[in-house]
Design a protein around this ligand. Structure first.
Ligand code: ATP
Length: 131
């Protein structure tokens, strides 16, 4: 299959993939060639694609996945291949979010900070699986 991951800024990845595993809002799905056509919302999570037998992680900050069984397209606000992830930046983002959650926050701010925490944890997870 052809896998393409796109954000507003750039094409993050264009690759052949033997299988794609992604976290949807309802749980993980595995996509193999000839999968039934599908569009599904993604959770913030680590997508993995198999290429030449190796599983490679990509941090995906939610969005939409679409497949017709031959191509898999992911459209997301932000996504990074594991090797692009700056682990120190993600650690700072995680520490900042955790510190903010210990303070007084409005409900809206709590949601925003929790989302930032999820993004940072996802980036660290993708990086960990890569190394
Ligand atoms: P930060 O607080 O560190 O900016 P963030 O979660 O608020 O993190 P996003 O808004 O999700 O960042 O992303 C903004 C841009 O920065 C996107 O292009 C994203 O790919 C990139 N980005 C964010 N964090 C990292 C990271 N740790 N390593 C590499 N690129 C990152």
């Amino acid at each position: 299959m052809k896998l393409r991951i796109i954000t507003p800024e750039r094409v993050v990845l264009e690759s052949e993939a033997e299988a794609v595993y992604a976290e949807t809002i309802d749980g993980e799905i595995g996509i193999l060639p000839r999968h039934i056509p599908l569009v599904t919302p993604l959770a913030v999570g680590v997508l993995r694609f198999q290429r030449e037998g190796r599983k490679e992680p990509v941090a995906v900050m939610g969005g939409l996945l679409r497949t017709d069984g031959e191509t898999v397209s992911v459209l997301s606000d932000a996504a990074e291949r594991a090797e692009e992830i700056d682990a120190l930046r993600a650690q700072h983002a995680r520490d900042r979010a955790e510190a903010q959650l210990k303070g007084q926050l409005s409900d809206v701010d709590v949601l925003e900070v929790k989302a930032a925490l999820m993004r940072s944890i996802t980036r660290l997870k993708a990086k960990e699986r890569f190394s």
